[in-house]
Design a protein around this ligand. Structure first.
Ligand code: IDP
Length: 143
């Protein structure tokens, strides 16, 4: 199977709860290689741009408020089947419906504040990775 890249974000609730280390450890133990990572704080506008696909949804404003409410940690991850595997790893959007042992089942409080993001397609993964990282910040060769 071909290697894929995906974009994850440890959301502001993950940072506030002191879970950066725990979630990053699980990401690495699950076989994802971190090619880029940083801490940043989105503005309401940059959060809105990232989630533009949800612009017409009733929760859009709440989502932009939440995503700009504190620091977050975006990362580019690489692995075979990374897109689907990360989605399985993080669990369903609503933590009440997330499988046992997933990040959202273990740590998320609500549908809105659900700890972690994962790209939903290869195409969106590329767009989302470029939203946070110029190619010069992607360390593909880590030998
Ligand atoms: P995903 O993050 O599992 O891909 P999406 O449907 O793409 O889920 O929604 C993006 C984010 O918007 C979710 O992770 C969650 O933080 C937020 N969200 C989704 N649905 C709701 C809702 O009904 N109320 C509040 N926030 C929501």
């Amino acid at each position: 199977m071909a290697k894929e890249r995906t974009l994850t974000i440890l959301k502001p609730d993950c940072v506030r709860k002191g879970l950066i280390g725990e979630v990053t450890k699980r990401i690495q133990e699950a076989g994802f290689k971190i090619l880029a990572m940083k801490m940043t704080r989105l503005t309401k506008d940059t959060a809105g741009g990232f989630y533009a696909v949800h612009k017409e949804r009733p929760f859009y404003d709440e989502l932009c408020e939440f995503m700009s409410s504190g620091a977050c940690v975006p990362m580019i991850l690489e692995k075979e089947n990374a897109i689907a595997d990360l989605r399985t790893f993080i669990g369903a959007t609503n933590p009440a419906e997330a499988d046992e042992g997933t990040i959202r089942a273990d740590f998320a409080d609500s549908l809105g504040e659900n700890i972690i993001h994962g790209s939903d397609s290869v195409e969106n993964g590329k767009i989302e990775a470029a939203y946070f990282f110029p190619e010069s910040e992607v360390v593909a060769n880590q030998a």
